[in-house]
Design a protein around this ligand. Structure first.
Ligand code: NCD
Length: 337
């Protein structure tokens, strides 16, 4: 795909070269994300950050990424604060907002809504999560994290062994991650979920066609032995018709240090797109894992900034110009010890 001037709606748009290109721009942007240097390459550009569903990481990291490239951010953070609440169509909203922005990131509770919105937009639109369908920027930052974590043990994404745990039916982060993994060779996937929250059949088919080896189980202990990565997810209670039904599944698949020690290989990395549900009846990743050096969840969240910077740089066609406005930073980062 060509990034420049295009919407990013689904992982289906990408091939391995596109992913490599994005990762190499992200590598170049690391000093800017970690604030060793400043760039103003997007000075004057405006991001419309349109979130019609709750978000912490995705919204703030998209906004921070745009700011780190020198651009400004305008936001909507709930349906109630926009004219969608007055009956305006997504197409009209897109027509109007794209007149005020150079690029739009959108999250919305309905599947395919971001695609519909993009069809009426005059500027590129990035899918920040559409219902239970997809979350492409999350899959890109997840794969970037997997690549980084594995490289410390001389492993590659080809030959990856990964366990996906939790709500695989409604989890859009998992759906996009499955699509991206199916682009690599000899991937072994353990799907661990209650029977009612299994990965949708169309995704299983897509991965079978790409020769991903799939094993489905409801047994956490069995599924997490002999894997390089455990990717845990939250029960997506907001997607259930009757929210109370979600209670049945909360807490069924909880990982703690003793389960990890008893079943996992020593370097197995633990990931989670976050937020993790830390209520006592769920506790899908116990706080006793804090001391575990293989708990990568906060490194994973940090990687969201550099990946989203790379997405903006490529879509707005400035990836070769980042150094032109590069300057050292003047302030001191971090706390006094
Ligand atoms: C995920 C999402 O919104 O799909 N969160 C995120 O963007 N990091 C996962 C979730 O909400 O469980």
């Amino acid at each position: 795909m060509s990034f420049r001037g295009n919407h990013i709606l689904s992982i289906d748009q990408f091939n391995r070269n596109d992913i490599e290109q994005l990762f190499s721009v992200a590598d170049k942007l690391e000093p800017f994300a970690s604030k060793e240097k400043i760039t103003r390459v997007l000075e004057g550009a405006i991001l419309g950050n349109m979130f019609f569903e709750p978000s912490t990481r995705t919204r703030i990291s998209f906004g921070a990424s745009f700011n780190l490239l020198g651009g400004s951010v305008r936001e909507i953070t709930e349906v109630g604060s926009s004219s969608l609440a007055k009956g305006e169509s997504l197409a009209d909203t897109a027509q109007v907002l794209s007149g005020y922005s150079d690029i739009i990131v959108m999250r919305h509770p309905e599947n395919d809504s971001v695609k519909k919105f993009s069809e009426a937009s005059r500027v590129p639109v990035i899918n920040g999560g559409d219902g239970s369908n997809e979350h492409p920027s999350q899959a890109l930052l997840d794969l970037y994290t997997i690549r980084k974590e594995l490289s410390q043990n001389d492993k590659t994404i080809d030959n990856l062994r990964i366990a996906l745990v939790g709500d695989l039916k409604y989890g859009r982060a998992v759906h996009s991650l499955c699509k991206i993994l199916s682009k690599y060779k000899d991937v072994k996937l353990n799907l661990i979920s209650p029977d009612e929250l299994k990965l949708p059949e169309d995704l299983i088919r897509q991965m079978n066609d790409s020769r991903v080896s799939i094993n489905q189980t409801e047994n956490l202990e069995k599924g997490i032995s002999e894997v390089d990565i455990i990717y845990v997810t939250r029960v997506q209670e907001e997607r259930f018709k009757n929210k109370k039904d979600a209670n049945k599944y909360r807490g069924l698949l909880s990982l703690n240090q003793s389960i990890y020690t008893a079943n996992c290989e020593p370097n197995t990395v633990i990931m989670h797109p976050l937020p993790r549900d830390s209520r006592s009846d769920a506790n899908e990743l116990d706080s006793d894992l804090y001391e575990n050096p293989n708990l990568a969840i906060f490194r994973q969240a940090d990687n969201g900034v550099v990946i989203r910077m790379a997405m903006f740089a490529l879509v707005l066609g400035v990836e070769e110009k980042i150094e032109e406005t590069s300057k050292p930073v003047n302030w001191k980062v971090g706390l006094n010890s």
